[in-house]
Design a protein around this ligand. Sequence first.
Ligand code: TRP
Ligand code: SF4
Length: 404
Amino acid sequence: MSTVDSQQRVLSGMRPTGRLHLGHMHGVLNNWVKLQHEYECFFFVADWHALTTHYGDATIFENNVLDMVIDWLAVGVNPGSASLFVQSRVPEHAELHLLLSMLTPLGWLERVPSYKDQQEKLHEKELDTYGFLGYPLLQAADILIYRAGHVPVGADQVAHVELTRETARRFNHIYGREPGFEAAAEAAIAKMGKKSARLYNSLRTAFQEQGDHEALEKAQALLREQQNISLGDRERLFGFLEGGGKMILAEPQALLTPASKMPGLDGQKMSKSYDNTITLREPLEQIAKKISTMPTDPARVRLTDPGDPNKCPVWQLHEVYSDESTREWVNAGCRSAGIGCLECKKPLSDAIVAELEPIQLRAAQYEKDPDVVRSIIAEGCETARETARETLHDVRSAMGLTSW
Ligand code: TRP
Ligand code: SF4
């Protein structure tokens, strides 16, 4: 397929490591729901990725995989618009990961910022493993196998998409050339004269091996000022700079997910590790209880003490859930001690209940009939595998694995 088509394709994955909460919905999931109308989407449960840090615990997948897909469906991810699948059911990812590992310099993986970070953060776990080091390359294989043009990720994952781009570039550079192309390019380089040729070669190496875009631009400028080479040679050398010849793997773009403004119950970012979440399946009667125990502006000891919404995590939730007039009511009432904190919290728990109620109804339907979910996943896996097989076929033949 052409790279133009692949620009219309979106791929993203999520690890199945626990219940999804409001933070996931207001960040990642609502973004997926929007993207599914604009692009051809593939969304998958990254169960192998979860294994890179949670190996040894065979129970993590028990309910998490199916539950996670149920949550996706319940918030509006539509299997008619997006293919939903489970990574380990598409073993083509593993074969591409293996093949790419042959040409990936170790330094590229050791330099990924999350590598040292996570090793330090999760120090109770032995993470000096081959799988953990290689996990960003597995992610690269996840993306490249669909020739996805766009990858919605959070800021912490942008470095992985960058590694993916470097991997594609390196692969295309090594395997993408047409017969005779390299010799013609070398001959054209020689025509530029020694000094320019040397400069061209070193800028090209800097771009292809380190992804140095400034070097690329300098080399392009150098080509533009050449007087001694024909138009054809100039074109050839532009192509040679960026890998040249055939593009077998497409370089994806990171599509930065708008940061979720969802605060947790304590005012920090909502996250399972802070134990400050409201999950998408939170029993509705629990919600008012959880909101009622939220801390407020500590200055409001008594009802008659005025407060400042800017010092109160409850206010941050109003910023997500409440309309202009409710927010004005809070602001004035808080500062004049005209309303109490419980009163202030009431419209919030009502809004969250109203938001989650229809989602939970849909989730309950799927929970009652998990075979429907299984068949959605099976179908998604089939669609994914068809695309994955095509890419793998091209990769195998580029590497010479089909020529005997
Ligand atoms: N690594 C991602 C995470 O931890 C999940 C993931 C795996 C992913 N493969 C991907 C995301 C491919 C986007 C594209 O959140
Ligand atoms: Fe927070 Fe509302 Fe209480 Fe003010 S009135 S301190 S905004 S909970």
